[in-house]
Design a protein around this ligand. Sequence first.
Ligand code: GLU
Length: 577
Amino acid sequence: MLSSAIKVVCLSIALSVGAQAVERNEPEAATGYENKQAHIGKEYMVVAANPYASWAGKNIVEQGGSAIDAAVAIQAMLTLVEPQSSGIGGGAFILYWDNKTKTLHTFDGRETAPAAVNPYWFYNGTKSMSWLEAVVGGKSVGVPGALRALETAQKSFGKLPWKTLFEDAINTSAKGFKVSPRLAHLVEIDRHPGLKQFPSSATYFYPAGLPLKAGTIKKNKALADTLRHIAEEGADYFYQGPIAEKIVKAVNNAPINAGKMTLEDLASYEALKKKPICGDYRNNKICGMAPPSSGGINVFQILKLLEGQDLSSLSPDSVAFINLFAQASALSYADREKYVADSDFVDLPFAALINDPYLKRRAQGISADKPWKKVRAGEPYTNRPISVGMNLEQPNTSHFSVVDKEGNAVSITTSIEFMFGSGLMVEGFLLNNQLTDFSFNPERGGWPVANRVEPGKRPRSAMSPTMVFDEDGELSLVVGSPGGSRIVSYVAQTLFGVLDFGLNIQEAINLPRVTNRNDYTALESKTPLVSLKGPLETLGHTVKIIDLNSGLHGIQLKDGQLIGGADPRREGVAVGQ
Ligand code: GLU
């Protein structure tokens, strides 16, 4: 145990040395930029982070499947081809638009903390663990929720038999897939401090001790087998059968950071149906996910805080817009940090956080030439004292969007948290490290931190699957992104692009990224925004020029057309017709 702990410490030092191009604690490396064109269709559209996944979704829609049928096929395929980002060992938030009844449903498939945790779960004696130390092994693994959430949604809205949805992923796992440059790069840079330490993941990602190479045909027979059983027997095979036993064993016997998960934790996992968070912005209705996702609340807050500004007279890459955007983002992230957590555990004033009078009050003083300043959380009604916590959400995750032939749609953000999750691999898939999205410190200044670790609780997330509806209530946009806590900014900026600047979804996704999480203003490196550093500094911003790896995948519905947009910063494609 001691030697394992030492290894983790040494590796985390290596990580910080080797990661000079990216920020510490944000170990997502850019893997290039590929110009992409909007893909136009009339019948249906699928956009996912990897071509195999987009095509798996397309095949299902072409067989008459609904958007949620396609989503199951996409997630199964992503588990294989984009294992660093999401999979059946992780969690997901699902927005499902039922076009017949014109109803938006959401499913919370976020991981839960096992019953045995306590608020000091990430403490070693009296000291909080470092984030990276906590990621590796069993302690960080939450009870996976993605598969149960997809099954729950598919039972209500699927059209094809469950079994057929896995065919592509099973065949491709058995016959092999071509390792993508991004996956190969992330394996090669070796930034996960645990991946090489657990035999099952080490042999998979470093066969014969060498990193997987791009273009290699890689088989995953264990995953083929797992998916075959899930296809035949349903998600219970995972939650109550042999897979549950193997997950518990992997977590509790992990040679580093052993956890305490039980069969009961898995058997009792439930995906929760929740009301979406919706609000009006100009003539649109913006809808997102309820807590523990902060997406619904915070994306809406950013938009609403700028509703009083004449944005369309500005350019999206002007100092004026970026200064406004940074002020609104800072206000929203301040609220997020203090208030947003699993609302089944904390008294979260979310109606108060998105109501008009509160946001009008918060928006007072925002202006294009106001010097930027760090802000405090606001004071919506809450009857419980809460303190600000600290946690980091890492940028490895995946977003996919589908509109099917009947106009039903899904917007799903899905994640195993850090790249390659906890590093533990069970029967061909990786287990998440989502519990590190909790605040490690349970209290501050004598007050409880809203997002502290508690048994059965779901960690706060920035994942922001979003849908927008026009003034007639018709679906007009489906979008979302990975990107750690920057997700909220990525999605909000893209919505401004479409709704205020009149860009199509691809153009809005292409916009050079800017974020401000109430800390500093990050401008995307190698873009024209770099030249704004000086003027923004004059306005009081601390500016950092860094890689900003959004992975926005969206669909715009306009004038009878479906416009698919895929992020040039990742490997995704839009397919449809
Ligand atoms: N774990 C993060 C969250 O749930 C997402 C991480 C990512 O985008 O890579 O907010």
